[in-house]
Design a protein around this ligand. Structure first.
Ligand code: IPD
Length: 277
């Protein structure tokens, strides 16, 4: 039987490439930076233009599909996941990197049907790495198959997480304490590349062994979640329970043993949900 979503995946790759070109061009010009919820929550005109390009190109072919896009939600659109075919879009994952020309900037798109991720595309556009994954069919970088390291030992692991300012002092202290708690296991090291989607792809291709984060959004997670899962990785909630796309938190890892150890080691932060808060 032919794949009902292959046409959507093909279009997704095509549109993501165009979006990446737009981002690379914008990097050659002055970047005007605006603030969203806080002085460290940044947005640029390019985030908005890229999201418009992606949504309008997809709507032309699939007018009945639903969309959850970072900048549309910032402008007041709902972020509720339904059973409809849904495109979950982060036009620039790593906006702060983009603003500073720090070279991990990605376009991330995940596609869900009946709330299940069917495929994901992450284009790390400065590195020119196109990651793609289709449920049950594996994960690829620029067309070549990728897989996780398979590391089972946390003390031999390179762990990724992101450290963002949080205006809630208790939450901020917990986030820092979690970093200390992981570092003192000890692990080989912690890195913060600055794009959640790229972080998941780094685990997917074995360059890192785990990534954990609380406080991100479904558009940061959807594309990369498909890639890391199809590369043989494990994805779970920070509590060790099942992964929930709207929960704003996750652990991905090269093995269940490493993921479960991180779940045990970190204290949970209250970060709310994408669909209710
Ligand atoms: C951000 C990146 C970053 C993470 C932030 C996210 P954005 O996404 O994924 O790694 O630390 O929490 O907001 O805002 O650039 O799409």
């Amino acid at each position: 039987m032919s794949d009902p979503w292959q046409e959507c995946l093909d279009l997704c790759v095509e549109v993501t490439k165009k979006a990446g070109e737009m981002i690379r061009e914008a990097l050659q010009k002055d970047i005007a930076v605006m603030q969203k919820s806080s002085p460290v929550d940044l947005v640029t005109e390019t985030d908005q233009r890229v999201e418009q390009l992606i949504i309008s190109s997809i709507k032309e072919k699939f007018p009945a599909h639903s969309f959850i896009g970072e900048e549309s939600v910032a402008a007041g659109a709902a972020s509720v996941l339904t059973d409809d075919p849904t495109w979950i879009i982060d036009p620039i994952d790593g906006t702060t990197n983009f603003v500073h020309r720090f070279p991990f900037v990605s376009v991330s798109i995940g596609f869900t049907v009946k709330k299940e991720i069917e495929f994901g595309v992450v284009y790390s556009c400065i590195e020119d790495k196109m990651y793609t994954a289709r449920k049950g069919k594996g994960a690829f970088c620029n067309g070549a198959p990728i897989k996780v390291s398979g590391q089972e030992d946390i003390s031999r692991s390179l762990v990724l997480t992101e450290m963002n300012f949080d205006k809630d002092p208790a939450r901020f202290r917990t986030m820092l304490a979690n970093v200390e708690s992981i570092l003192t296991i000890p692990v080989h090291g912690i890195r913060s590349p600055g794009s959640a989607a790229v972080n998941m792809c780094l685990v997917a291709c074995g360059s890192a062994d785990a990534y954990y984060h609380m406080g991100i959004h479904c558009w940061d997670m959807a594309g990369g979640a498909a890639v890391v899962t199809e590369a043989g990785g494990v994805i779970m909630d920070i509590s060790g329970g099942p992964f929930d796309l709207m929960s704003r938190r996750l652990i991905v890892a090269s093995s269940r043993a490493v993921a479960e150890r991180i779940a045990k080691q970190v204290a949970e932060l209250r970060v709310g949900r994408d669909d209710t808060d």
